[in-house]
Every structure is written in C-alpha cells, then in structure tokens.
Design a protein around this ligand. Structure first.
Ligand code: UDP
Length: 236
C-alpha cells in the first residue's frame, strides 16, 4: 500500500511486510528499486520534476526519517513505522542468508564495501556475498560486467542520492540482480567509519538531535523539517 505525501508515494508497510514483498518479487523475478524517502527529498522533488519522477517510479519508497511519519499523522494517513534504509538493508541481508540469496555491495571508497561485507558475514553467518565494488570506478562497463558475472539476486548501491538511483535506473535493464536498494552512506556505517546515534536516540526518534549535537552545521538542513510539516498541513 502507498500513501502520497506532498506528491510523493510512500509505502505504509512494516519491515516484516516489506521483507515478505521483496522476497516474493525475487521469486517472481520482478525487478524492483527501493528508495528511501525523507522530508529533504520530498521538498527537493517539488521543484525537480526529474527527481519526482524517479522517486515515484520506484517499486518501493520507504519512510526513512521521522518527518515522513509526522506528515502521515498530520494527514491522518497509515504510515506507522519508520523504515530506515540501513535497517531495511540489514533485514534484507538477514533474510537473504536464510534463503541463500546472493548480495552484492557496490559503492563507497575503495576497501569500505569489502569491510562492510566482512561485517555482514559476522552478523549473518552463511550470507552469500556475491561480490563487492567500490564506488569510484570510471569504467561503467567494468562495473556492470563485475556485477553480472557475480550473479547476485540483490544489489545494494551506496553512492549517495540521487546518484545511486540514477545509476540503477540507467543500468537495471541489463543487470542481473532483481532487487536494487540505494543505501547512501550505509557501507561506511557498517564498516565502522561513521557512527550512528546510540540506540536510545534511535528508539525515541531523536537520531537527528544526536547528530545535530555532533554537527551543529546540520541545523540548516534540519530547518527544512518545520517548513515541510507546514506545507503538509497546508495541502491537507
Ligand atoms: N560515493 C561513491 N561514489 C561517488 C560518490 C559517493 O561511492 O561517486 C559514496 C561515498 O563514498 C559515501 C556515499 O557514497 O560512502 C555517500 O554517502 P552519503 O552519506 O553522502 O549519502 P546520503 O545517504 O546522504 O545520500
């Protein structure tokens, strides 16, 4: 099920329901793109028709960011749970290990994807890592060939948004994987290069506050949230 937030489609399902749908799609060989939606992207898409199209044409739009949940509440919608890109990626990896599906990690600086893959093997014993590729290879044909030779079912692309989604859309027709997820800086987090907020802050929805304390410069980005919520109210 999807709900529209300021013109952008967002999935209303929980992690469990999404995992079910994603693995059903693997069985049916229905290629699918998963994009993470947050207030910043929704506001950007308002004046960027190409971004709007890209986001709305994805098969899955997950409600990443507490602002999307608040927006849904304001418009009496059905999005109850935040689904973050990195947490969904972890859930997909957990399930992939159980079902013997192969995953490939593409993106981040040289060495990072390999370290992230080691971490995944620790967390989900038996997970089949089909391969890894850093995100700065200039020869795209080489990247496509490496992925296709590895025959992954699932491809995680960590090159920042919308670069990663644009790359997926430009190449998915000739790529082997079925599931494509843009995961931003997640390989860096997995590899331990970037720390997430302590679980306490994540649980109470204040990850943004923790990050603001560490990086006061983020206030500019975060000021977009009240503006976004006002816009949602105005559009009700
Ligand atoms: N990156 C990459 N290739 C590029 C540009 C960026 O692999 O050409 C990687 C970069 O090393 C980092 C990630 O993309 O690992 C960007 O993460 P960021 O947190 O900026 O993404 P966001 O989640 O904010 O979209």
């Amino acid at each position: 099920m999807k709900e529209t937030v300021l013109g952008i489609q967002v999935n209303t399902e929980t992690y469990d329901e999404l995992i079910q749908q994603i693995f059903d799609r693997i069985e049916k060989k229905e290629k699918s793109l998963i994009v993470a939606i947050n207030p910043e992207k929704i506001m950007k898409a308002k004046d960027d028709p190409a971004l709007k199209k890209l986001l709305n044409e994805a098969e899955f739009q997950i409600p990443d960011g507490i602002g999307v949940i608040l927006a849904s509440k304001l418009q009496k919608g059905n999005i109850i749970e935040r689904v973050t890109g990195i947490d969904l990626m972890m859930r997909i990896c957990e399930e992939a290990a159980k079902r013997q599906k192969r995953v490939f990690l593409y993106g981040a600086k040289p060495g990072v994807a390999a370290t992230a893959a080691e971490k995944l093997k620790e967390l989900y014993p038996g997970i089949q890592i089909a391969g890894v590729q850093h995100g700065y290879e200039k020869d795209n044909e080489k990247v496509v060939a490496a992925i296709n030779e590895a025959k992954p079912d699932i491809l995680f692309v960590a090159m920042g948004s919308p670069k990663q989604e644009n790359w997926i859309n430009a190449n998915r027709d000739r790529l082997y994987p079925i599931i494509y997820q843009g995961v931003g800086g997640s390989f860096d987090v997995l590899a331990g290069n970037v720390k997430r907020a302590p679980e306490f802050f994540q649980k109470i929805g204040l990850e943004w506050f923790y990050r603001l304390m560490l990086e006061p410069k983020r206030i500019k980005r975060q000021m977009a949230l009240p503006k976004f919520l006002l816009e949602v109210l105005r559009n009700k």
